[in-house]
Design a protein around this ligand. Structure first.
Ligand code: NAD
Ligand code: WQD
Length: 338
């Protein structure tokens, strides 16, 4: 028995692989390394004393998938592999649909050929679109997304839902992540964005280490308590543990299910800056800039369904997110590429 983790060398994937190895599961990682370093899996091996099998390959490569399923006794698939930059997706929609949607289709078709029926999918809070009531609940219809990236996640959820209806053996859970941040407490694995970070916390951390001069805060006039956007930040180790719970739950459920993985609380950009300053002792110079296209003012999860059905809740707060981010950034000023 082994678990296939696509995109397992990436940020969330590597933390989940670590959690799986630590609890004794056998893991095979399939990753084309388009946004990851093999060093992440080397570090996971050092931290756990166990090693995931690594296949360098693409989810769109049928021959690669067939060889992998013939070689390893895969029972479950956790599917992280995707392109994920929202802004880039508006400039390169075809590449995003091809990689994310076509790639997922290849993967589940080859799973069907191989008789593998358990599937966990990395979805996103972005599937709720621009007009869903806050907090987001799973019963709200998804759609109305504003980027090809978000739409690719909505499309895949629809495919999974339809396939689960048609094929009763296929059991699938879509996990809708809110804003993943933080790093493993060792500081040896973490998020390693290429180029200038798009996301808030990696940007703050690079200002703190002196790689970037200051943070631009996108918008100070939102209808929120301090005028800056509020998000539901979730520690990546809590997220990794959510996947283990979902994997266990696949055995007790049927068809298609979707769960929010979030903390259920919003923090503003200014609160995030202050929390990072407190944890690191650094001052983060910032300037209020114009709003960023596509940003929503405020949203967070209703995490009650995951608590009830997956027995999962977050256990790490904002301080731990900041301390662990800072430890990773200090130990690895150039990410894995040093
Ligand atoms: P990441 O880029 O670090 O990881 C994705 C991994 O997939 C990378 O290692 C990349 O090399 C690999 N990959 C991409 N396309 C591939 C392909 N065609 N074949 C094989 N490997 C491929 O991103 P992450 O932050 O770890 O995100 C993991 C998943 O979670 C993605 O599906 C993403 O859309 C989703 N998600 C992420 C966030 C976030 O803020 N990080 C939020 C919600 C959902
Ligand atoms: C958080 C807040 C920004 C950078 C994105 C995707 C979403 C999901 C998670 C994949 C916002 C502000 C940011 C900066 C800033 N990914 N900010 N200055 O946009 O909530 O979500 O990642 O599924 O789909 O859209 O996250 O970290 O980019 O931004 O002021 O330099 O920080 O405006 O309010 P976001 P983020």
């Amino acid at each position: 028995m082994a678990i296939l983790v696509t995109g397992g060398a990436g940020y969330i994937g590597s933390h989940t692989v670590l959690a799986l190895l630590q609890r004794g599961d056998d893991v095979v990682v399939l990753d084309n390394l388009c946004n990851a370093s093999p060093e992440a899996l080397e570090r996971v091996a050092k931290l756990t004393g166990r090693r995931a099998e690594f296949v360098e390959g693409d989810i769109r490569d049928r021959a690669c998938l067939q060889a992998l399923f013939a070689k390893y006794p895969i029972t479950d698939v956790i599917h992280f592999a995707a392109l994920k930059a929202v802004g880039e997706s508006t400039r390169m929609p075809l590449e995003y649909y091809e990689n994310n949607v076509s790639g997922t289709l290849s993967l589940i078709e080859e799973m069907r050929h191989a008789g593998i029926w358990n599937f966990i999918f990395s979805s996103s809070a972005t599937v709720y679109g621009a007009n869903a009531p806050v907090p987001y609940v799973e019963t709200t219809p998804i759609g109305g997304t504003t980027s090809p990236y978000g739409t690719s996640k909505v499309m895949i959820e629809q495919v999974l839902q339809d396939f689960a209806k048609a094929e009763p053996q296929f059991t699938t859970i879509a996990l809708r992540y809110f804003n993943p941040v933080g790093a493993h407490p060792s500081g040896d694995i973490g998020e390693d964005p290429s180029g200038i970070p798009n996301n808030l916390l990696p940007y703050i951390a690079q200002v703190a280490i002196g790689k970037l001069p200051q943070l631009g805060v996108f918008g100070g006039d939102y209808p929120t308590p301090d005028g800056t956007c509020q998000r539901d930040y979730i520690h990546v180790m809590d997220l990794a543990e959510g996947h283990l719970k979902a994997l266990d739950h696949l055995k007790n459920t049927q068809g298609y299910r979707a769960y929010n993985l979030g903390a259920g609380k919003g923090y503003s950009v200014l609160e995030m800056i202050r929390a990072f300053e407190l944890a690191s002792g650094c001052t983060i110079p910032f300037e209020i800039k114009p709003r960023r296209d596509g940003d929503l003012a405020a949203f967070w999860a209703d995490p009650a369904l995951a608590a009830k059905e997956l027995a999962w809740t977050v256990s790490r707060g904002i301080d731990e997110m900041m301390v662990d981010t800072w430890r990773w950034q200090q130990k690895n000023p150039n990410g894995y590429g040093q």
